[in-house]
Design a protein around this ligand. Sequence first.
Ligand SMILES: C[S@@+](CC[C@H](N)C(=O)[O-])C[C@H]1O[C@@H](n2cnc3c(N)ncnc32)[C@H](O)[C@@H]1O
Length: 209
Amino acid sequence: MKVIIEHCESILSKWLWFEYSNCSKIVGKNNLIFTNVREDEISNKLSRLGIVFNESIISLVNRGAFNCNEIIILDLEATTPLGPLDFKGYTKVVIGGILGDHPPKGRTYKLITSRLPNCVSRNLGPYQFSIDGAAYVALQVSLGRSLDEIPIALGFKIKVNEFHEIYLPYAFPIVDDKPLVSRDLIEYLKSNEIVEDELKSIQSSLHEA
Ligand SMILES: C[S@@+](CC[C@H](N)C(=O)[O-])C[C@H]1O[C@@H](n2cnc3c(N)ncnc32)[C@H](O)[C@@H]1O
C-alpha cells in the first residue's frame, strides 16, 4: 500500500513536519507520496520523507497520472468504513495533509473528496486521527486487520510541568500498548518553542491581513 498525502496547509509547520516524518517511518519513504507541494523549499524538505509532486492529487487524477481505480480517499465524512477487501483492488490511500480541527470541519471533503467525484472514499471510524495515525490504521487494514481489531485511545494528555497539561482531543491507535504519537511532536509541545511559533504565526497573519 502506498500513502498519498495531499498537502493542504499553507505552511509546513513543525507540528505538520513531525506528523509527516512519522508517516514516512510508518509506511517507508518509498511508499509515501506528497502532492500539492507548491513551494520549492517545502518540496526539498519533503523529498527527505517521500516522493514529491507539486501538482495536486486532483490535477494528477484529471490528467491520468493517477487513476480512480487505484486510490481510496480517507475522509471522516465517507459513509463506508475501510476494510481489508478494499485492498484487493485499490493500492493507494489519499490522506489529507490537514492538521486536526476540533471538532472536524469537513476540510477533507471540501478540499479533496468533493473534487474527485469518481474516486471512492472510506472512513476509519467516527473519530478523528492525526495524519500519521490515519496512515498507521490504513496500513494495518491493508495487512488484513479490520477496524474493530485495531485498538485506539481517545484523547492524549501531555504533562508539560506540575501546573500545565496539553490535551490532544483526537484518536490514537495503540501500538505496543502505547498511543501512537510522534516522540518529536511530544517533545516539541512540551517545549516553549510551540508558544513562540504560534505567536510568530499570529503576527504574520495579522501582518498579511
Ligand atoms: C487530522 S485529520 C484532519 C481532518 C480535518 N479536520 C477534516 O475536517 O476533514 C487528517 C487526515 O487524516 C484522515 N483521517 C483522520 N481520521 C479519519 C477518519 N476517522 N476517517 C477517515 N479519514 C480520517 C483524513 O484523510 C484527514 O484528511
